[in-house]
Design a binder for this molecule. Structure first.
Ligand code: DLL
Length: 441
């Protein structure tokens, strides 16, 4: 079997002890470089009386202080860079929700690692030289476009750098350019399927076999919808700008969790409330330490992404561990009448009802000091005719499904086809109108 492994993917199959030994050497080196070159890291370690030499085994990572998104904002733009600017050859930025963006930098070696983990990601999905990749992640400050671009080129695939948006052109390219693989956000892909299917061609006829979707949470139910409606195999890819961009982890042909490229990224799961490190299998917040990054190394970065580590070996033969699909972000949690509600639960519930289309949004408002939600779901044109009784029955089914999953009855509003804004990048599922005051609704 090893003969068929792409040479760059060999680290996916390291003997676990060798992998751990490699991680330790790289962790020690990263901590030393951060201590020597990044004031914030040095100050935080000094405050704890910690020296780089105190990191003697992998578990010692837990002695190190966490890094938060606010640290990146406070040191904006370049305060956490560990190399002089003359060694930085690329900058990206992520807009985030408030104020200034966070800025991340790469040396030539960092870009090399990034292309390599993206190549390994594509290989894991079965892509190879000769594939034609429609890269519909946004090019620009967002890491999705260029990250996927260089990984696919390095694999020897033909990349179509179409970027996000311009749906008509996307469809033309899909039909005419012999595309065999596509990457974009799952929400944008749903929009593309819909458009292709109403253009007189069935998606299945296009010859696209592989879809690589990420940059936002999506559910198993959404995967089932995508695979059913398009006939492709849909893979989940994970990453974040602060760590490298896309290529931190990806699913393999088993589609059973995302392999993390552990030779470059050290993962932990911590309890978001107590900060305690949790054992494999327990759900909590993913914390990542980069092991090879030069320009922008990150120590124990709090991702806010909720998942768990799967340590059971994967049937694909890779030895690098997997994480479960990101269930949600801890900061996406809404508290409605005392119950914790995540958008992903709503998505799973809605898609469990036959005949729903996956266009929905959650309106979050505040009344009497309490948060409230209304779920708006699109229905098909056929259904939105004048068959009131069917609409009522649909509404009941959806309300029941949501109550079953979330444990709470929430109002559902069925809306006409094409009324919910289609995303070209990351979908905005929750419309937060709480700051509009209590006069709303
Ligand atoms: O979204 C990088 C990326 C590009 C990943 C293309 C995958 C594909 P940021 O804009 O910094 O970077 O956003 C990172 O997006 O912390 C997660 O909350 C979310 N996210 C990314 N991938 C997934 C995924 C890119 N597969 C933030 N499932 C992360 C769920 C995801 N959430």
């Amino acid at each position: 079997m090893k003969n068929n492994i792409h040479p760059e993917s060999m680290p996916d199959y390291l003997v676990p002890d060798e992998l751990r030994a490699l991680q330790l050497i790289r962790l020690q080196d990263t901590v030393q470089r951060c201590y020597d070159n990044v004031e914030l890291f040095r100050k935080r370690m000094d405050e704890r009386g910690l020296k780089p030499a105190d990191i003697q085994c992998l578990d010692d990572v837990a002695k190190l202080p966490f890094t938060q998104k606010t640290d990146l904002r406070d040191t904006y733009p370049y305060g956490l860079f560990a190399v002089p600017m003359k060694e930085v050859v690329r900058l990206h930025a992520s807009s985030g929700t408030t104020g200034k963006p966070i800025v991340v930098g790469y040396t030539k070696d960092d870009l090399d690692v990034w292309s390599s983990v993206m190549l390994r990601s594509f290989v894991a999905t079965g892509m190879h030289a000769g594939d034609v990749l429609q890269n519909a992640y946004g090019y620009g400050l967002f890491t999705g476009g260029l990250g996927a671009h260089y990984g696919a080129e390095r694999l020897g695939a033909a990349v179509i750098p179409i970027s996000g948006g311009n749906t008509e052109r996307q469809i033309l390219v899909m039909k005419d350019f012999g595309v065999t693989a596509i990457c974009c956000t799952p929400s944008y892909f749903i929009h593309l399927i819909e458009k292709v299917n109403t253009s007189g061609v069935r998606f299945e006829e296009l010859g696209i076999k592989i879809g690589i979707f990420g940059a936002e949470p999506w559910t198993e139910a959404m995967r089932a919808y995508i695979q059913r409606e398009s006939g492709i195999k849909a893979y989940d890819i994970y990453g974040l700008s602060e760590i490298i961009g896309p290529g931190v982890g990806i699913e393999c042909s088993e589609q059973a969790g995302l392999h993390i490229f552990e030779d470059h990224f050290l993962i932990e799961i911590v309890d978001p409330e107590t900060d305690e490190v949790l054992p494999d299998g327990k759900e909590g917040e993913l914390v990542i330490t980069t092991l090879t990054k030069q320009a922008f190394p990150m120590i124990r970065y709090r991702t806010h992404d909720i998942t768990s580590i799967i340590s059971k070996p994967c049937a694909c033969g890779r030895t690098i561990r997997r994480i479960n699909r990101i269930r949600s972000r801890s900061d996406d949690m809404m508290i409605i009448r005392g119950v914790n509600v995540f958008p992903s639960q709503i998505e799973a519930a809605l898609l469990s009802v036959e005949e729903t289309v996956p266009h929905y949004q959650i309106l979050l408002t505040r009344k009497g000091g309490l948060d409230q939600i209304e779920v708006q779901v699109e229905v098909t044109k056929e259904m939105f005719g004048d068959r009131i009784r069917e609409l009522e029955s649909m509404q009941k089914k959806l309300a029941f499904a949501v109550e079953h999953v979330v444990g709470l009855r929430v109002p559902i509003r069925l809306v006409e086809p094409n009324t919910i804004v289609r995303s070209e990048g990351k979908a905005k599922r929750v419309i937060d109108q709480r700051n509009k005051g209590e006069e709303i609704r």
